[in-house]
Design a protein around this ligand. Structure first.
Ligand SMILES: Nc1ncnc2c1ncn2[C@@H]1O[C@H](COP(=O)(O)OP(=O)(O)OP(=O)(O)O)[C@@H](O)[C@H]1O
Ligand SMILES: [Mg+2]
Length: 229
């Protein structure tokens, strides 16, 4: 699902070069559940942006779901961002003036020729799947942190992506809520075969993943225990 080969990324800010990724290579198979760990500033979000085709300014090869993202036309790129990958972030990124249902449907207002009624029906089904069928009309401001993240997960799932990229999805949640949100992501992986790559600083979360990829000094280091460590 993901094949990264010798990825290099340098940011230039105020004439200062920051060579953040220095030859990152690893693979994630279809249906895998992988944690990405590394110190703050080690380039985890940078790498997720490359995998999600949000950043094309790198060298090396990134092949995602069989496509080398760098060569994609604009049209193929929007399709890729719409259909193949989905993102969830620490800070939910919900639109406060829209209802829960509208937040889930909103990204599809642009891409999908379906009647509002159809969109609402499928969004309700996804919200039921994440346990929020009773909150479709609520505004994000009236939800708990865990509920907000479940709305963000429903929004991510709405277009049935193949790959879910999570950037510290539980970083803003308390430990009970963290566990519940994480169990939901685990269930989506187990039941629906969604491939998941999750950036986390939380060791106990990473240990639940089937594999941990660690970035140190801009490159992937072997996992000492060969698995959860
Ligand atoms: N748009 C940008 N322009 C310039 N430098 C950037 C930019 N984005 C990130 N950086 C730098 O690149 C490095 C890696 O940043 P990145 O956000 O990928 O780290 P991270 O591993 O996700 O860290 P954290 O765990 O704190 O989220 C940092 O030194 C950061 O300052
Ligand atoms: Mg980050």
């Amino acid at each position: 699902m993901i094949r990264l080969q010798d990825i290099h990324k340098t940011y230039v800010a105020d004439d200062v070069e920051n060579h953040v990724l220095r030859g990152v290579s690893f693979d994630v198979a279809e249906g895998e559940f992988v944690a990405l760990m590394g110190a703050s500033g080690s380039g985890k979000s940078t790498l997720l942006n490359i995998i999600g085709a949000l950043d094309q300014g790198y060298s090396g090869r990134a092949t995602i779901a069989g496509q080398e993202v760098k060569g994609l036309s604009d049209r193929a790129l929007s399709r890729f961002r719409n259909k193949t990958v989905a993102y969830i972030f620490q800070q939910f990124h919900l639109l406060p003036h829209l209802s829960v249902l509208e937040n889930v449907v909103m990204p599809s207002w642009f891409g999908r020729p379906a009647s509002d009624r159809e969109l609402a029906r499928s969004a309700t089904a996804v919200l039921e799947k994440v346990g929020l069928g009773h909150k479709v009309k609520a505004r994000p401001g009236h939800l708990s942190g865990g509920e907000k993240q479940r709305v963000a997960i429903a929004r991510a799932l709405f277009n049935q992506p193949k790959l879910l990229l999570c950037d510290e999805p539980t970083g803003a949640l308390d430990s009970d809520t963290t566990l519940k949100v994480f169990e939901l992501i685990e269930r989506l992986n187990a039941d629906e075969g969604l491939t998941v790559l999750v950036v986390t600083h939380e060791r106990d979360i990473a240990e639940r993943c089937k594999r941990i990829v660690r970035i140190v000094d801009g490159a992937v280091v072997p996992d000492p225990a060969g698995g959860a460590a």
